[in-house]
Structures are given as C-alpha cells and as structure tokens.
Write a protein that binds this ligand. Sequence first.
Ligand code: HEC
Ligand code: HEC
Length: 206
Amino acid sequence: MNKKTKLIMFLTFILFLFSGVHYLAMADDHKEKKWYQKKADHDDDHSHKDKHRKRKRERNTDDEHHENNLRQVNNPVYKEECGACHYVYQPELLPSASWAKILESLDDHFGDAVELGNDEKKAILDYLMTHSAEKSSSKRAIKIMRSLGNQVPLRITDIDYIRKKHHEISSDVLKRKSIGSLSNCSACHTTAESGIYDDDDVRIPQ
Ligand code: HEC
Ligand code: HEC
C-alpha cells in the first residue's frame, strides 16, 4: 500500500465514522423529538379532551334544562282570553284531545261559563292543538303523555304524573288564600310562566 491509498482509506474510514455518528445522533434526535412531540401531543390531547368534556358537560346541563322546560306561552289571544281567570297553562301540559274537549265545553267550564268569539276560539284552538303535549319534545311533556295512556283529562291536575309530584302537599296548604288550589301553578312555581317547573324553583307561600 502506498501512502496515497492509506490516506484515502483513512479518509474513507473517518467519513464513515463521522456519518455513522451523525446518523446515530440524528436518530437519537429524532427519537427525542418524537418523545417530546408525543408528550406534547398527549398533553394537548388531554387538555383537548378535558375542554371537550367540559364543553359537553356545559352543553348537557344546558340541554337538560331546555329538554325539561316547556315553551313560554306566546299567543296573545290565548293569553288574554284564557288568562282572565287563572294562570295561563302551557299547551304542552295537555294532549290535543284534552284541549279540544275543553274548548268544546266552554259553556260549562268547571262551573263557569267562558264566552268566546268564533275567531278567538279558532285562534286559540289552533295554537293549543299545534303545541300540545304529544307534539312536544320536552321531557316534561313526554312524561305527561306516558302517564296518560289513553286518558283524555280535562285537568292537568288530574294527570297521574302531576298528582304524584304533589301528593305530599296537604289540602290545608292548597286552601291558603295565597294558593287556592293545585291548579294555581304559579303560586308555588316561581318560574312557571317561563315554562320551568323544576323543584328547585318552588316556594310554597304562607
Ligand atoms: C271565567 C273564568 C275562566 C276563564 C275565562 C277560563 N277559565 Fe279555565 N278554569 C276556570 C276555573 C274556575 C277553573 C277551575 C280552577 C280550579 O279548580 O281551581 C278552570 C280550570 C281550567 C283548567 C284545568 C286546570 C287544572 O286544574 O288542571 C284548564 C286546562 C283551563 N281552565 C283552561 C282554560 C282555557 C283553555 C281557557 C280559554 C279558552 C280558560 N280556561 C278560560 C275559569 C276560567
Ligand atoms: C302548592 C304549591 C304548588 C302548586 C300550586 C303547584 N305545584 Fe308543582 N310542585 C310543587 C312542589 C313542592 C313540587 C316538588 C315536589 C318534589 O319535591 O318532588 C312540585 C313539583 C312539580 C313538578 C315536578 C318537578 C320536578 O322537577 O320533578 C311539576 C312538573 C309540577 N310541579 C307542575 C305543576 C303544575 C303544572 C302546576 C299547576 C297545574 C303545579 N305544579 C302546581 C308545588 C306546587
């Protein structure tokens, strides 16, 4: 071997060594990066999931709230005519068959006579029929329908589900001047007019 060949071999060896070390370093670097990345990704994933879960939780309670609530009465004719003597019941509290029966018998409405013009009567019937319990997706209305079966009550307070929810209230309490009867929903349900009947919002007046 002459000097030239030795030098080339030596240089080749150095180059080989260098590239090998370089390769290993790169691989290590790569691995490390990956590890960091993974950790970062994981953290990201975690916080993302947490955020998602939190958002979902918020949305759920919101939904639950909405799902339970009834739609606020927004028909002015119904409000005026049917709110003259008592609390204005949301149409979702009774099935359409009940509303039809009530409007057919207004000359003897629980002992009172309710007089209505034909136009008003039609407007009210339309409103009640389109928003009745069986057409509602509210959990409250679904429970009412489930509790009714084939019954067509004239009173919300005759629905089993409603009666059961109030069976602990004594008749003495209901007879209080500030209440009158169980039909007076808004006497105890402070948010009744907004369609919210959660037990958290009940205050029984003295
Ligand atoms: C002249 C007064 C008067 C008017 C107007 C009136 N109501 Fe009544 N309503 C009554 C009385 C009295 C009761 C029985 C309340 C009780 O038992 O405490 C009653 C009860 C009800 C009930 C049953 C409540 C329960 O116990 O579940 C419904 C439903 C009802 N009315 C719907 C209507 C509708 C719909 C209209 C409009 C078309 C209307 N009311 C207009 C006097 C009236
Ligand atoms: C004398 C007061 C009073 C009156 C009047 C009254 N409620 Fe209630 N209501 C209560 C109380 C108290 C509860 C809670 C019962 C319980 O803790 O489970 C309740 C519970 C309910 C619930 C179940 C709530 C839940 O979160 O499970 C519904 C629905 C309801 N009432 C609807 C009505 C409707 C509709 C009327 C009118 C037709 C009415 N209430 C009249 C006192 C009243």
